[in-house]
Ligand binder design. Structure first.
Ligand code: ATP
Length: 219
Protein backbone atom coordinates (compact mmCIF):
# COMPACT_ATOMS: atom_id res chain seq x y z
CA UNK A 1 0.00 0.00 0.00
CA UNK A 2 1.42 3.40 -1.01
CA UNK A 3 1.07 6.26 1.46
CA UNK A 4 0.98 9.95 0.44
CA UNK A 5 4.36 11.42 -0.46
CA UNK A 6 6.03 13.86 1.88
CA UNK A 7 5.76 17.41 0.45
CA UNK A 8 9.45 17.73 -0.42
CA UNK A 9 9.92 14.15 -1.68
CA UNK A 10 12.00 13.64 -4.80
CA UNK A 11 10.75 12.61 -8.23
CA UNK A 12 12.39 9.99 -10.44
CA UNK A 13 11.43 9.45 -14.07
CA UNK A 14 11.73 6.38 -16.28
CA UNK A 15 11.40 6.41 -20.07
CA UNK A 16 10.99 2.92 -21.49
CA UNK A 17 11.44 2.14 -25.15
CA UNK A 18 13.07 -0.01 -27.75
CA UNK A 19 15.69 2.67 -28.48
CA UNK A 20 16.48 1.08 -31.83
CA UNK A 21 18.46 3.33 -31.94
CA UNK A 22 18.22 6.12 -29.37
CA UNK A 23 17.89 9.60 -30.96
CA UNK A 24 17.59 13.28 -30.11
CA UNK A 25 13.78 13.01 -29.91
CA UNK A 26 14.24 10.77 -26.85
CA UNK A 27 17.15 12.69 -25.40
CA UNK A 28 15.88 16.22 -25.77
CA UNK A 29 12.44 15.24 -24.40
CA UNK A 30 14.13 13.53 -21.46
CA UNK A 31 16.25 16.55 -20.62
CA UNK A 32 13.37 19.00 -20.98
CA UNK A 33 11.29 16.87 -18.61
CA UNK A 34 14.11 16.75 -16.07
CA UNK A 35 14.22 20.53 -16.05
CA UNK A 36 10.49 21.15 -16.24
CA UNK A 37 9.52 18.68 -13.50
CA UNK A 38 12.73 19.05 -11.51
CA UNK A 39 13.36 15.31 -11.66
CA UNK A 40 16.22 14.00 -9.59
CA UNK A 41 17.03 11.69 -12.50
CA UNK A 42 15.43 10.25 -15.60
CA UNK A 43 16.31 6.68 -16.46
CA UNK A 44 16.16 5.57 -20.08
CA UNK A 45 15.18 1.91 -19.86
CA UNK A 46 15.75 -0.18 -23.00
CA UNK A 47 13.33 -3.03 -23.48
CA UNK A 48 15.09 -6.38 -23.92
CA UNK A 49 12.10 -8.18 -25.42
CA UNK A 50 9.37 -5.68 -26.33
CA UNK A 51 6.06 -7.51 -25.72
CA UNK A 52 4.10 -5.71 -28.44
CA UNK A 53 6.35 -5.80 -31.46
CA UNK A 54 8.52 -8.32 -33.24
CA UNK A 55 11.96 -8.61 -31.68
CA UNK A 56 14.27 -5.94 -33.08
CA UNK A 57 17.07 -7.19 -35.35
CA UNK A 58 19.48 -5.16 -33.28
CA UNK A 59 20.28 -6.92 -29.99
CA UNK A 60 19.24 -5.49 -26.63
CA UNK A 61 22.93 -5.26 -25.71
CA UNK A 62 23.69 -3.04 -28.72
CA UNK A 63 20.60 -0.89 -28.12
CA UNK A 64 21.47 -0.45 -24.45
CA UNK A 65 25.12 0.31 -25.24
CA UNK A 66 23.97 3.14 -27.53
CA UNK A 67 21.69 4.53 -24.81
CA UNK A 68 24.63 4.39 -22.40
CA UNK A 69 26.82 6.35 -24.82
CA UNK A 70 24.07 8.88 -25.52
CA UNK A 71 23.59 9.79 -21.84
CA UNK A 72 27.28 9.90 -20.95
CA UNK A 73 28.13 13.22 -19.33
CA UNK A 74 24.53 14.26 -18.62
CA UNK A 75 24.22 13.73 -14.91
CA UNK A 76 20.42 13.63 -14.76
CA UNK A 77 20.05 10.99 -17.47
CA UNK A 78 21.01 7.35 -16.91
CA UNK A 79 20.56 4.03 -18.67
CA UNK A 80 18.58 1.50 -16.63
CA UNK A 81 19.49 -2.06 -17.60
CA UNK A 82 16.92 -3.94 -15.53
CA UNK A 83 14.95 -5.27 -18.50
CA UNK A 84 18.10 -6.82 -19.98
CA UNK A 85 18.73 -8.62 -16.72
CA UNK A 86 15.21 -10.02 -16.44
CA UNK A 87 14.41 -13.09 -18.53
CA UNK A 88 11.29 -13.21 -20.71
CA UNK A 89 9.17 -10.42 -22.11
CA UNK A 90 9.91 -6.93 -20.82
CA UNK A 91 6.65 -5.99 -19.15
CA UNK A 92 6.60 -2.41 -17.89
CA UNK A 93 4.52 -3.33 -14.85
CA UNK A 94 7.32 -5.65 -13.64
CA UNK A 95 9.87 -2.84 -13.99
CA UNK A 96 7.67 -0.37 -12.13
CA UNK A 97 7.19 -2.83 -9.25
CA UNK A 98 10.96 -3.36 -9.06
CA UNK A 99 11.63 0.38 -9.17
CA UNK A 100 9.07 1.02 -6.44
CA UNK A 101 10.78 -1.57 -4.24
CA UNK A 102 14.15 0.12 -4.80
CA UNK A 103 12.96 3.71 -4.38
CA UNK A 104 10.66 3.10 -1.41
CA UNK A 105 7.04 4.04 -1.00
CA UNK A 106 7.54 7.82 -0.67
CA UNK A 107 9.55 8.70 -3.78
CA UNK A 108 7.50 9.99 -6.68
CA UNK A 109 7.96 7.74 -9.71
CA UNK A 110 7.04 9.04 -13.18
CA UNK A 111 6.73 6.66 -16.12
CA UNK A 112 7.23 8.73 -19.29
CA UNK A 113 5.77 7.84 -22.68
CA UNK A 114 5.02 9.53 -25.96
CA UNK A 115 1.43 9.84 -27.10
CA UNK A 116 1.90 7.08 -29.67
CA UNK A 117 2.70 4.71 -26.79
CA UNK A 118 -0.28 5.82 -24.71
CA UNK A 119 -2.68 4.93 -27.51
CA UNK A 120 -1.58 1.29 -27.16
CA UNK A 121 -1.73 1.23 -23.39
CA UNK A 122 -4.91 -0.87 -23.05
CA UNK A 123 -2.97 -3.71 -24.70
CA UNK A 124 -0.20 -3.62 -22.10
CA UNK A 125 0.12 -6.42 -19.55
CA UNK A 126 -1.85 -5.46 -16.38
CA UNK A 127 -2.21 -1.92 -17.69
CA UNK A 128 -4.87 -0.96 -15.16
CA UNK A 129 -2.32 -1.44 -12.35
CA UNK A 130 0.34 0.87 -13.81
CA UNK A 131 -0.93 3.90 -11.89
CA UNK A 132 -0.74 1.96 -8.61
CA UNK A 133 3.02 2.09 -8.94
CA UNK A 134 3.84 5.31 -10.79
CA UNK A 135 2.50 8.52 -12.28
CA UNK A 136 2.40 8.56 -16.07
CA UNK A 137 3.73 11.54 -18.01
CA UNK A 138 2.49 11.68 -21.58
CA UNK A 139 4.57 13.75 -23.97
CA UNK A 140 3.10 15.21 -27.11
CA UNK A 141 4.82 13.90 -30.24
CA UNK A 142 4.64 15.34 -33.76
CA UNK A 143 2.08 13.53 -35.88
CA UNK A 144 0.20 12.01 -32.95
CA UNK A 145 -3.01 13.15 -31.23
CA UNK A 146 -4.57 11.95 -28.01
CA UNK A 147 -8.00 10.35 -28.52
CA UNK A 148 -11.19 12.24 -27.69
CA UNK A 149 -13.28 9.14 -26.97
CA UNK A 150 -12.80 5.50 -26.05
CA UNK A 151 -10.97 3.65 -23.28
CA UNK A 152 -7.80 5.74 -23.37
CA UNK A 153 -9.71 9.05 -23.41
CA UNK A 154 -11.75 7.96 -20.37
CA UNK A 155 -8.68 6.73 -18.54
CA UNK A 156 -6.91 10.04 -19.22
CA UNK A 157 -9.90 12.09 -18.08
CA UNK A 158 -10.28 10.04 -14.88
CA UNK A 159 -6.66 10.32 -13.84
CA UNK A 160 -5.40 13.55 -15.36
CA UNK A 161 -3.55 15.97 -13.08
CA UNK A 162 -4.05 19.72 -13.46
CA UNK A 163 -0.39 20.64 -13.12
CA UNK A 164 3.07 19.34 -12.34
CA UNK A 165 2.79 20.39 -8.69
CA UNK A 166 0.28 17.59 -8.15
CA UNK A 167 3.02 15.02 -8.88
CA UNK A 168 4.57 15.77 -5.51
CA UNK A 169 1.41 15.34 -3.51
CA UNK A 170 1.45 11.56 -3.88
CA UNK A 171 4.05 9.11 -5.20
CA UNK A 172 1.93 7.57 -7.97
CA UNK A 173 -1.51 7.58 -9.53
CA UNK A 174 -1.83 10.62 -11.79
CA UNK A 175 -1.45 11.31 -15.51
CA UNK A 176 0.22 14.52 -16.61
CA UNK A 177 0.28 15.63 -20.24
CA UNK A 178 3.28 17.76 -21.14
CA UNK A 179 3.96 19.62 -24.37
CA UNK A 180 7.69 19.61 -24.99
CA UNK A 181 9.74 20.81 -27.93
CA UNK A 182 8.41 18.79 -30.89
CA UNK A 183 11.17 16.90 -32.68
CA UNK A 184 9.94 14.80 -35.57
CA UNK A 185 12.60 12.10 -35.26
CA UNK A 186 11.87 8.39 -35.01
CA UNK A 187 14.03 5.29 -34.81
CA UNK A 188 12.07 3.88 -37.76
CA UNK A 189 13.21 6.77 -39.94
CA UNK A 190 16.80 6.48 -38.74
CA UNK A 191 16.86 2.77 -39.60
CA UNK A 192 15.38 3.49 -43.03
CA UNK A 193 17.95 6.21 -43.75
CA UNK A 194 20.81 3.92 -42.73
CA UNK A 195 19.44 1.01 -44.73
CA UNK A 196 19.41 3.21 -47.82
CA UNK A 197 22.96 4.38 -47.19
CA UNK A 198 22.02 7.94 -46.19
CA UNK A 199 23.36 10.02 -43.32
CA UNK A 200 21.68 10.23 -39.91
CA UNK A 201 24.09 12.84 -38.63
CA UNK A 202 22.45 15.45 -36.33
CA UNK A 203 19.53 13.10 -35.60
CA UNK A 204 21.42 11.20 -32.91
CA UNK A 205 24.65 11.87 -30.98
CA UNK A 206 27.99 11.39 -32.71
CA UNK A 207 28.92 8.66 -30.20
CA UNK A 208 25.85 6.66 -31.28
CA UNK A 209 26.70 7.19 -34.95
CA UNK A 210 30.21 5.91 -34.37
CA UNK A 211 28.87 2.85 -32.54
CA UNK A 212 26.51 2.12 -35.45
CA UNK A 213 29.42 2.38 -37.87
CA UNK A 214 31.76 0.27 -35.74
CA UNK A 215 29.26 -2.59 -35.49
CA UNK A 216 27.83 -2.06 -38.96
CA UNK A 217 24.26 -1.91 -37.62
CA UNK A 218 21.08 -1.25 -39.65
CA UNK A 219 22.67 -1.84 -43.05
P1 ATP B 1 10.22 3.30 -33.60
O1 ATP B 1 10.22 4.31 -34.71
O2 ATP B 1 11.13 2.12 -33.81
O3 ATP B 1 8.81 2.90 -33.18
P2 ATP B 1 10.61 5.40 -31.62
O4 ATP B 1 11.39 6.48 -32.31
O5 ATP B 1 9.13 5.61 -31.42
O6 ATP B 1 10.87 4.01 -32.33
P3 ATP B 1 10.90 4.16 -29.06
O7 ATP B 1 12.17 3.58 -28.52
O8 ATP B 1 9.84 3.23 -29.45
O9 ATP B 1 11.32 5.14 -30.26
O10 ATP B 1 10.34 5.25 -28.07
C1 ATP B 1 10.48 5.22 -26.67
C2 ATP B 1 9.57 6.28 -26.09
O11 ATP B 1 9.98 7.58 -26.55
C3 ATP B 1 8.10 6.12 -26.54
O12 ATP B 1 7.27 6.42 -25.43
C4 ATP B 1 7.97 7.15 -27.65
O13 ATP B 1 6.64 7.64 -27.73
C5 ATP B 1 8.92 8.25 -27.19
N1 ATP B 1 9.47 8.98 -28.32
C6 ATP B 1 10.14 8.48 -29.37
N2 ATP B 1 10.52 9.45 -30.22
C7 ATP B 1 10.05 10.61 -29.71
C8 ATP B 1 10.10 11.99 -30.14
N3 ATP B 1 10.66 12.34 -31.29
N4 ATP B 1 9.51 12.91 -29.35
C9 ATP B 1 8.90 12.55 -28.18
N5 ATP B 1 8.83 11.28 -27.73
C10 ATP B 1 9.39 10.32 -28.47
Amino acid sequence: MITPAAPESSLVGVLGGTFNPVHYGHLRSALELVERLDLEQLRLMPSAEPPHRTSPDCSAEHRAAMVGLAVTGERHLTCDLRELKRPGKSFTIDSLIELREELGAQTGLCMVMGCDAVLDIPGWHRWEELLDWAHIIVIARPGWELPESGVVATWLADNRLDDAGALRQRPAGGVLIEELRPLAISSTEIRALLASGRSVRYLTPQSVLEYIQTYNLYR
